[in-house]
Design a protein around this ligand. Structure first.
Ligand SMILES: [Zn+2]
Length: 402
């Protein structure tokens, strides 16, 4: 917990925690993490794309590696546990092995990724994509709000764009990627459980929906002659909520933004744009919900004599966590005296990129009120202790697939 407080001191904005990818605060945090890794018996370095990677050798040479980690970049005005907890916990687990002189039948590599939140540049997951071998060099040209390119920022950080391809790990040398992270939701708290095992990182689709009716005078156009785009949109939004409350486990759908034009109290809205965000642990459930909603929107638009246009702006498939890792994490949770609860992750994580390289799994830690991306983010030392104990026990007893 002290280390998490220390990391929270590395910020780009005084008075609140903002640590954007490749910023001076990110560099300071990376140097601190490298030092902690070295103290925990790891050979540690900051790599060409700004990840910090520490390696704890196996009992015998030539063994493959299990990758652990999370991210140390944050959103603006962030909490101190999102990402950082997973890095500090992994180092803590290795430190305990080191203190006791224990070596495992595999290498442990702890990685502190630097670009998970995707706040500074339009690209995201650069660090984990580099490790997974899927980094797109074209993204080096992408620019932040100040006009600084990713390539320039990386060079001032001390990185080396030309060396990024060499960061890709070899598939046959990697056993899997396991990340410990705060839940960022209220489920574990509602069940009174300190930790839970993730089954899948939800896939997500995002859309912009435009509804076009006819603007008109709020006093002169009779109700039955109106083509009110906002009333139509309201009906569509309630259809979203109704559909997501269906039978599919873990399906969620949200309309988070709406804009009505012309936007005057005495004018019937002629033009409305709203967003739709649909997520589910199973891709087929997400696709079916989107299909049903598109049909419901079209029916509503036809009945109300307005036009409706639906554009997809983002689509990321779900990542299923590897059963052999999920099962062994759940067994470690049970050995810690906690009922193993399985749950999907509604938020995205570095595992979305790492799955291109290897099997992935995650352990969630209860956080107060399910709040994250906010300074009010909080966990207890007791829960952190359970989480590290589970991780350590999992590492010690890990049975490798044949
Ligand atoms: Zn995170």
């Amino acid at each position: 917990m002290d280390r998490l407080d220390t990391l929270a001191g590395f910020t780009d904005e005084p008075g609140r925690l903002t640590r954007l990818y490749l910023s001076p605060a990110h560099k300071a945090a990376a140097l601190q993490v490298r030092q902690w890794m070295a103290e925990a018996g790891m050979a540690a370095a900051i790599d060409a794309i700004g990840n910090v990677a520490g390696r704890y050798e196996a009992a015998e040479p030539g063994r493959p590696a299990l990758l652990l980690g999370s991210h140390i970049d944050t959103v603006r005005d962030a909490g101190r546990y999102d990402g950082n907890l997973g890095v500090v916990a992994a180092i803590e687990a290795v430190a305990e092995l080191h203190r006791r002189g224990e070596r495992l039948p595999y290498v442990i590599e702890v990685i502190a990724f630097g670009d998970e939140e995707g706040v500074r540049f339009p690209t995201t997951l650069s660090g984990s994509r580099a490790i997974a071998g899927t980094f797109d060099p074209a993204s080096l040209a992408s620019r932040d709000a100040e006009g600084t390119s990713l390539e320039q920022a990386l060079r001032s950080f001390g990185g080396d764009p030309a060396a990024i391809p060499a960061l890709a790990r070899r598939r046959e040398r990697v056993l899997g990627y396991v990340e410990l992270h705060i839940e960022q939701g209220p489920v574990l708290e509602s069940l009174n459980l300190p930790v839970g095992v993730v089954t899948a990182i939800n896939g997500a689709s995002r859309f912009t929906i435009e509804v076009t009716g006819t603007a008109g005078h709020a006093g002169t156009v009779p109700m039955d002659l109106r083509q009110d785009a906002l009333a139509a949109a309201a009906e569509m939004i309630l259809a979203v909520e109704r559909r997501a409350k269906g039978a599919e486990p873990g399906l969620v759908a949200t309309v988070g933004r709406i804009e009505a034009r012309p936007g005057a109290p005495n004018v019937i809205p002629g033009q409305v744009a709203f967003t739709l965000d649909v997520r589910a642990p199973a891709d087929q459930d997400r696709h079916k919900a989107v299909e049903d909603l598109a049909a419901a929107f079209a029916t509503c638009a036809a009945r109300r004599r307005v036009r409706m246009k639906l554009d997809k702006t983002y689509d990321e498939p779900a990542v299923t966590c590897a059963p052999w890792l999920v099962g062994q994490l759940a067994a470690a949770v049970e050995r810690a005296g906690v009922r193993p609860h399985l749950l999907p992750s509604g938020a995205g994580h570095d595992g979305l990129a790492m799955v291109a390289l290897c099997d992935v799994a995650m352990l969630f830690v209860r956080c107060a009120g399910g709040i994250s991306h906010n300074p009010a983010e909080a966990i207890t030392a007791e829960d952190a202790d359970v989480a590290v104990a589970v991780l350590l026990d999992f590492l010690r007893r890990l049975a490798l697939p044949a």
